[in-house]
Design a protein around this ligand. Structure first.
Ligand code: SAH
Length: 466
């Protein structure tokens, strides 16, 4: 991050606006809304400035800017049409370490003003870091439309219970759950529809229940087994995102990208339990036991897995131990790598004319072989998709050809599909090993074999190196 976003309390603090035109007036209006003790320095004042001052909301000095004007100021905004004055204000403010903003001149600013969605006390501030004011405006529009108008009433209602809840529910974790329970309940909708008194009653009842429920009773944890998809964070499901925001602890795999991890609750504990080929960082049995123990300790545990948890994900084994231990759990499917990679490489896995079935296989090698029933794999009009197949690629191609598959059958190898680093290499069963070697592809890769690969030429929308 290039800048620290903060919300500054300027109530009754001396703030200075230099400039007398409409832009200066808008800035003055903003500072005044925050309760600043405002002074405006301008040689000429436009009508808007004049009316702000006439209403007693700011003091106007009709004179040219001088150093004394910024004395003891806590914040300065320069909005004059003189480049020289703007520069001078910026320099003098910097010498005294007073935060300064010069309108439309980022190089003269020590802070920038964000686009604001104001539903006080809820405030959303948006910045593109000066890169594109239009982008900030678009984001502001999006936020304006997605934030209910009465969210301010909701915030005020919750605030009115804050200290009572703090006294009555001692443990931090229980309090967190209480508030989450309120926000997941009908309370917000009641407030948004104007029924604050009913919402108020509901909070009271829930507070009474939580008081009697929590006496001497340990918190019960649960486990969410969640598929994180193949890499692109936009492919997460809404339910995955919701649980990622909720979980106290996250156990994640090697295939879960950094970008996806950033979407988890920032204060959640994150534990890496990834496995690389032949390098089992944490044994499966240990993971199973960890899940049980953490949930028994009262945590909401998110087990985040690449793709879909039930496709080559050992999700079943993890759930068996949870079920045995009587821990409650939820399963959230994810987009499996086969679907993600195929879509982002422009290869339909089935097609009316080319393939009526698709098989998901593991290409994992055992003693240098890939133990599969090859006779069933060489039949026509079938797409083969291999997970974990990079090391075994030469064996896969050799076996298919020796069991009768045409050596000119199209094949694609997709590295890190759906991510920015996606690479696609296409060739034939005969040539692919050489092509993949020269492209220096690395795991994770997905292998797709069949006539459908030929369709890619017309459907490659997510252009990547190939
Ligand atoms: N449960 C996962 C699969 C885990 S097995 C899923 O449903 O997708 C791990 C294998 O998945 C990797 O070896 C690789 O073959 C494949 N894989 C996962 N993500 C991938 C990606 N983004 N690009 C290419 N292959 C991927």
């Amino acid at each position: 991050m290039e800048r620290l976003p903060i919300f500054l309390n300027i109530r009754d603090k001396r703030c200075v606006v230099v400039g007398g035109g409409p832009v200066a007036a808008r800035k003055a209006e903003l500072l005044q809304r925050c309760g600043a003790e405002l002074e405006i320095i301008a040689e000429h004042a436009c009508d808007d400035i004049q009316s702000i001052c006439d209403a007693g909301k700011a003091q106007l000095h009709l004179e040219s800017f001088q150093e004394k004007h910024i004395d003891k100021a806590c914040l300065i905004i320069a909005a004059t049409d003189s480049e020289e004055t703007n520069r001078l204000v910026s320099e003098l403010a910097r010498i005294q370490n007073i935060p300064v903003n010069v309108v439309d001149q980022p190089d003269l600013c020590t802070f920038i003003l964000p686009a604001i969605v104001d539903r006080s006390p809820v405030l959303v501030a948006i910045s593109s870091g000066g890169s594109s004011p239009v982008l900030s405006r678009k984001l502001k529009e999006l936020t304006e439309t997605s934030l209910p108008d009465r969210i301010s009433d909701l915030a005020n209602l919750l605030a009115s219970y804050r200290s009572q809840v703090k006294t009555e529910i001692e443990s931090f974790d229980s309090r967190l759950r209480f508030w989450e329970g309120i926000l997941d309940s009908e309370v917000p909708e009641l407030v948004y529809s104007g029924n604050s008194s009913k919402a108020n009653e509901l909070i009271k009842t829930k507070l009474e229940h939580s008081r009697s429920d929590s006496v001497g009773k340990p918190l019960t944890g649960e486990v969410y087994l969640v598929g994180a998809g193949p890499g692109d964070p936009d492919l997460l499901t809404l339910r995955a995102l919701r649980l990622m925001h909720k979980a106290d602890i996250v156990l994640y795999d090697r295939l879960v990208s950094e970008e996806i991890m950033k979407k988890c609750r920032p204060d959640a504990e994150k534990i890496y339990v990834g496995k690389a080929r032949a390098d089992h960082a944490v044994e499966q049995e240990t993971i199973n036991q960890m899940l049980v123990r953490l949930a028994k300790d009262g945590n909401r545990v998110l087990r985040l897995k690449g793709g879909d948890p039930f496709i080559f994900g050992r999700g079943g084994e993890e759930l068996e131990s949870l079920a045995e231990a009587g821990i409650s759990f939820q399963i959230v499917p994810g987009i499996t790598a086969a679907s993600g990679c195929a879509a982002y490489a422009g290869i339909p896995l089935t097609h009316r004319d080319h393939s009526q079935s698709v098989r998901f296989l593991t290409g994992h090698t055992k003693d240098g072989e890939v133990p599969l029933d090859w006779d069933t794999l060489v039949i026509e009009q079938q797409t083969l998709v291999f997970y974990m197949g990079l090391v075994g690629l030469p064996v896969i191609c050799r076996e298919l050809i020796s069991h009768g598959k045409n050596e000119s059958t199209p094949i694609a190898v997709i590295q890190q599909g759906t991510t920015r680093n996606q690479k696609v290499v296409t060739s034939t069963l005969k040539e692919i090993v050489t092509e993949v070697d020269s492209a220096q592809l690395k795991a994770p890769t997905m292998i797709i074999i069949g006539d459908v690969v030929k369709l890619r030429d017309g459907l490659d929308w997510y252009k990547t190196e190939s």
